[in-house]
Design a protein around this ligand. Structure first.
Ligand code: SF4
Ligand code: MG
Length: 362
């Protein structure tokens, strides 16, 4: 992804014409084959728009997306069809994305029909096999989406995405509409499918625990820009951007190591409470009220462990992306902001070992 930009004209009344929502404001990053890149940030930071551009649902204003070395915007004909097969999207709300009038088997066969792959019998067979792979028995094939639980629907959402044998899955908040007790099962299913089919994931979420569990590398977005990107352990143990530090300090129960300015790190919460997947693999895949581990761990996580307030904890609201602050867009919320931060945009600079940060004072 190179210098990707998506600006929308402002449509609402009362605002001057010609103003723009800077949803994505010039981002560059790589997704490496076989990895999971987590994309994290508050709602409205541009992460869904980024995901939708990569999945060819939204056309970029400028910049380039290259897949296997080829520009996706320039792909035509068979190249474009191959691209549409190889990059698939898993949506946040599987209910909204599944046709309510079709039985599940027809929902799964549809992508094959659209791409004219196989005859009716092979399509049916592949759909039945896929149902089983995602942990649902054959009886689900005759049901409708409204007869399924949220977790079962997301299993179908994942199955449908896999029908075309994609290589890159763009998952946009795939578990945030689900009960906490079901989230771990869906995350583990995604991991299992990744191993089985050698998939690459772009995993979009506002939930730092979920992103930590899923990702090899993590990119943090703020107001349409990537402010930090690093291997997962590095970013969680030694975040360099004040925004990342603020997000991590907001996680309930994150143990305070010091009352100083820096975020608690290293042996803080992230070295242990992330047990989302613990013991889940042995459990029957369709058991919705299933494992206690995740919810127990979560309630433990939520219990405050410290009375002290962390000076790095994120405060304030994200500004409107129509009137982005000058200079470093984070400066109104940054505890370390100084005059220069209001004037110039800090570049994304390498801090070693694949760790990049967009801050004058990392
Ligand atoms: Fe804070 Fe300045 Fe760094 Fe921006 S550049 S995050 S305002 S210290
Ligand atoms: Mg979103």
């Amino acid at each position: 992804v190179q210098s990707l930009v998506k600006h929308y004209p402002v449509a609402s009344q009362g605002l001057r014409r010609g103003r723009l929502v800077r949803a994505v404001d010039g981002i560059s990053f790589d997704i490496l084959e076989g990895e999971t890149l987590g994309l994290v940030g508050e709602s409205g930071c541009g992460k869904s728009t980024t995901a939708h551009m990569i999945a060819s649902l939204v056309r970029p204003t400028s910049g380039a997306i290259r897949y296997g070395g080829k520009s996706t915007a320039e792909a035509k004909g068979s190249e474009q069809r191959a691209l549409r097969r190889e990059i698939q999207l898993v949506f946040q709300d599987p209910y909204a994305s599944l046709n309510p009038r079709h039985r599940i088997l027809a929902v799964l066969e549809e992508p094959l029909r659209v791409h004219r792959l196989g005859d009716q019998r092979t399509r049916r067979k592949q759909a039945e096999e896929m149902l089983e792979l995602v942990g649902l028995d054959a009886s689900f094939g005759r049901r409708y989406a409204h007869e399924l639980s949220g977790g079962q629907r997301q299993r179908i959402g994942i199955a449908r995405a896999l029908m075309l044998q994609p290589r890159l899955i763009v998952a946009d908040e795939p578990v945030s509409a689900l009960d906490v007790s079901v989230q771990a099962q869906i995350l583990n299913l995604l991991k299992e499918m990744q191993r089985k089919f050698s998939l690459t994931y772009l995993f979009v979420s506002h939930d730092l625990n979920v992103v930590h569990y899923m990702s090899d590398r993590v990119a943090v977005m703020y107001l349409g820009k990537i402010v930090e990107i690093a291997p997962v352990d590095r970013i969680y143990s030694s975040p360099l951007h004040p925004y990342t530090q603020g997000l991590l300090a907001l996680i309930p129960g994150k143990r305070q190591e010091s009352r100083g300015g820096r975020t608690a790190s290293g042996s803080g919460a992230f070295s242990r409470p992330l047990l989302l997947g613990e013991g889940l693999s042995e459990l029957p895949a369709t058991k919705e009220d299933g494992p206690r581990t995740f919810s127990e761990e979560t309630s433990e996580l939520m219990a405050p462990r410290s009375e002290t307030t962390n000076p790095t904890a994120l405060t304030g609201e994200m500004p409107d992306p129509v009137s982005t602050p000058s200079g470093c867009a984070f400066h109104p919320r940054c505890p370390w902001a100084r005059e220069g931060c209001r004037q110039a945009v800090p570049p994304l600079q390498e801090a070693g070992d694949g760790h990049y940060v967009r801050c004058f004072l990392p």
